[in-house]
Design a protein around this ligand. Sequence first.
Ligand code: ATP
Ligand code: MG
Length: 375
Amino acid sequence: MIDNPFVTNGYAGPEYFCDRVNETAMLTNLLTNGNNIALMSPRRVGKTDLMRHCFQQEVIKENYYCFLIDIYATNSLHDFVNVFGKSILDTLKSRGRKVWEGFLNALLSVRSEITYDINGYPVWGLGVGAMVPPQTTLDEIFAYLRTADKHCLVAIDEFQQILYYNDDKNVEAALRTQIQQCPNANFIFAGSQRHLMSEMFLSPSRPFYQSVVPMSLGLIPLDHYWEFAEPQFAKNGGRRITYDVVASVYQRFEGITANVQRIMNMLYMLTPKGERCTIEMIDRAIDTYLQLSSTYYEELLRQMPEKQRNVFLAIAAEGQAKSISGGKFVRKYNLPSTSSVVSAVRGLMEKDFVAQNENTYYVYDRFFQLWIEKR
Ligand SMILES: Nc1ncnc2c1ncn2[C@@H]1O[C@H](COP(=O)(O)OP(=O)(O)OP(=O)(O)O)[C@@H](O)[C@H]1O
Ligand SMILES: [Mg+2]
């Protein structure tokens, strides 16, 4: 049994979910009023959990089919339709035979490849659709969405990933067309690489321009986080924590939800039952976590191509690295040339090791940065 109420690995239900009251109401309202939404935010502030939380609201749960697909690991339209189809099938499985059969009946091109588990439930296996043009399967999935017996809500997480697909350069336009012709479904497109997402949705030359309501997710305000954290800390054993400790964690991690939750989880773990968490324990919590992550970060560094690693370490040494393609930065860190820095940074940003804010670059994972500083 896990008794730590600071959850660090995804949505665990409303009792572990902090605030987002207005955002949940807004998102729910927009969806139930037939809008498509582009949900954008910096990394790790809580887009995915917010979407899950919305799908758990009574009005939504009872009246819609909800599908959440994460396309972070997809590299082609082919992968996309597989993840999409599998997610729909997995969700519909619990809705009874008639419902999932309805879906399978729409899937003419791959229906024969669906297998069944020992309980007679359909399984969308790994190789499904390998010989079928993905556009065909996509058409069939949308044909299902158009005619499903309930209105469908589809959340596509890490949506910017479609820009990296190598088998179909027009995925953006193709999806836009499908979605426009599908009044029986509404969509949330969530993404984190801010410039890519905003380009896709806010620039007039792109297919999705003006077809969504853009919504940007901000940080959970400190006071709301405190109101959540204090009673959470007291759960399962009467531990106590004061405002200044929570405020200090929040400030040190710039209010990034995932990082704050991470340290709160550690602080809870390090505080004996019935005792009070003190501000000195924060450093110990951070150190404990860094020690635990050490092999992981070693490995990440080891796997980076050498050119990227050198630039990465240089950016980490700067903390907030400005004008990185200038001669000064190149000389200071003995890097080969400005052009190699530019291409290394591009690679680092694609893999989310480095993030950019206007013309400043920094290590995206705060803990990675701290680990390098202490190494
Ligand atoms: N409202 C919340 N209350 C408590 N914890 C939360 C909340 N929102 C997010 N978290 C925590 O932060 C972590 C990151 O949240 P989430 O994965 O939703 O962020 P994200 O914006 O989708 O991140 P990414 O950009 O990496 O996709 C979650 O695993 C969870 O531990
Ligand atoms: Mg996410």
